[in-house]
Design a protein around this ligand. Structure first.
Ligand code: GLN
Length: 484
């Protein structure tokens, strides 16, 4: 078996048994990255030298008998995570030369367990997008069909897993940015409950919605990654101080008697027939495994996209005010301070980011604040209450991740509204602050992956992972590999 085709748990067994060294694994991944990059373009920065150094210390740790599940495993992370001494761009020209002085907590936790960083992954600029086309560093292509988008904004994180350029990756999800690319690239992606994983050192897009999570080949790897990154962090006041369960230990519990809700608002007329077929088959599989289905309703679903684009853009307009050319990032040549601000921002930000700063500033401006921002906050509460009511009757919800499989590069880039609507099934989860996972559930007639979404109760990651694992054991979708 090729090293680059392995899961975390397979490579871990080989590292622990000393059949493979972390150095060998890292070299194999770096070679693979070099071969595949011209076709896919998952990376913004490849950190070959640092990776070999990290692999060396991982091998020393393993020789001493310290072999954590993640020790020596080559990974890559979205370029939204600060990495001390390593360029971090967030997909933006404004941070083209930014070298952070410290690292994100989530990456530190992986690194401390001995994970090896292969590089920083491409993404939509400031995580704003669903296709990876808004990156200032070129597009990423879908490894299953390179004329299609990989999804976004963690497009590089999903493409790198699907193209076997990294064993696992980290992404962030504000409105679907882990789950939607995972679905389009045929991998597993989990958005944890808000507060489950520290956001410290993650470049902020919309702070009340952003969460960090893993993208992996299978559910067991996803559980292992979540276990490593979850937990309280005194440096993030919104990270919650509750114990991290042993997600791996409960994976095999099965789904007998599990109550699964089917929200009627997610099974709509416009759903792509291939997606509908995959959902029908998934429901059948769960029935066979002993789960029970309950029809439910999330009545405020229709308002979710509009609510999200008011709240997310309002928060973004405030978060992005710090990029003014003064302390870090791009600084334009200019006459005087105000001119410098204006020019630095005009030159540094791309079109989508500018659009959102304008939308957000408008929603927050006096005179419109109550009509837009305050109203959106109220609707957010109604959406949250929909989920609370649903979870009184069921354990998890099963829905599509996206209304269609991956679309063509260029297809929606000039129609922002169409692009925004592609997140219709993922956005409500962020507004409600709860957790959800995307996992492989089939293929379209043209061979593109289709994901299913399992939405859990707040801090219900254990149940989501257990239900996902049961599905994975009963199907073979996750074993198919993009022919690249
Ligand atoms: N596509 C959504 C947006 O553009 C979600 C992005 C995300 O989750 N970061 O805002």
């Amino acid at each position: 078996m090729n090293i680059f085709d392995m899961t975390i748990h397979e490579l871990h067994a080989a590292l622990k048994g000393k059949q493979i060294s972390s150095r060998e694994a890292t070299v194999a991944m770096l070679d693979r990255i070099e071969t595949i990059e011209p076709q896919v373009g998952s990376f913004i920065t490849v950190t070959s030298e640092q990776a070999l150094t990290a692999a060396k210390s991982a091998d020393e740790r393993i020789a001493r008998g310290e072999c954590h599940l993640l020790t020596g495993i080559p990974m890559a992370i979205k370029d939204i995570f600060l990495t001390e001494g390593i360029r971090t761009t967030c997909g933006s020209r404004i941070l083209n030369n930014f070298i952070p002085p410290y690292s994100a907590s989530s990456w530190e936790k992986l690194r401390d367990r001995g994970a090896v960083l292969l590089g920083k992954l491409n993404q939509d600029e400031f995580a704003m997008g669903s296709s990876n086309e808004s990156s200032a560093f070129g597009i990423t292509r879908n490894p299953w069909d390179t004329t299609c988008i990989p999804g976004g904004s963690s497009g590089g994180s999903a493409a790198a897993v699907a193209a076997r350029q990294a064993i696992a990756t980290l992404g962030t999800d504000t409105g679907g940015s882990i789950r939607q690319p995972a679905s389009h690239c045929g991998c597993v992606g989990l958005k944890p409950t808000y507060g489950r994983v520290s956001r410290y050192g993650v470049i902020a897009y919309a702070s009340s919605l952003d969460q960090v999570g893993p993208l992996t080949r299978d559910v067991a790897d996803c559980a292992a990654m979540l276990e490593a990154i979850a937990g309280h962090d005194p440096r993030d006041s919104t990270s919650v101080n509750t114990a991290v369960p042993d997600y791996t230990a409960t994976l095999k519990g099965g789904v007998k008697g599990l109550k699964i809700g089917l929200p009627k608002e997610y099974y709509i007329e416009g759903l792509d027939p291939d997606v509908q077929r995959a959902m029908d088959a998934a429901i059948e599989t769960y029935r066979r495994l002993g789960a029970e289905f309950v029809d439910i309703s999330l009545p405020h679903t229709d308002y979710a996209v509009a609510t999200y684009y008011l709240i997310a853009t309002a928060e973004a307009s405030s978060n992005l005010a710090r990029y003014d050319g003064v302390r870090f990032g791009h600084r334009a040549e200019a006459d005087g301070l105000l001119d410098m601000y204006a020019k630095s921002r005009s030159e540094g930000f791309g079109t989508e980011v500018k659009r959102r700063i304008m939308l957000g500033t408008y929603a927050l401006s006096s005179g419109y604040y109550d009509a837009y921002y305050v109203k959106a906050q109220k609707v957010r509460t109604l959406i949250m209450n929909d989920f609370i009511a649903a979870f009184a009757d069921v354990d998890v919800l099963l829905t599509p991740v996206a209304p269609t499989p991956a679309f063509k590069i260029g297809e929606k880039i000039n129609d922002p509204l169409q692009m925004y609507l592609s997140d219709i099934f993922t956005i409500p989860v962020n507004l409600a602050g709860t957790c959800a996972m995307s996992l492989p559930a089939g293929f379209s007639a043209s061979g593109l992956p289709i994901g299913l979404q399992l939405i859990g109760k707040p801090f219900g990651e254990e149940t989501v992972l257990r239900a996902g694992y049961a599905f994975e054991q009963a199907t073979e979708w996750h074993l198919r590999k993009a022919a690249i």
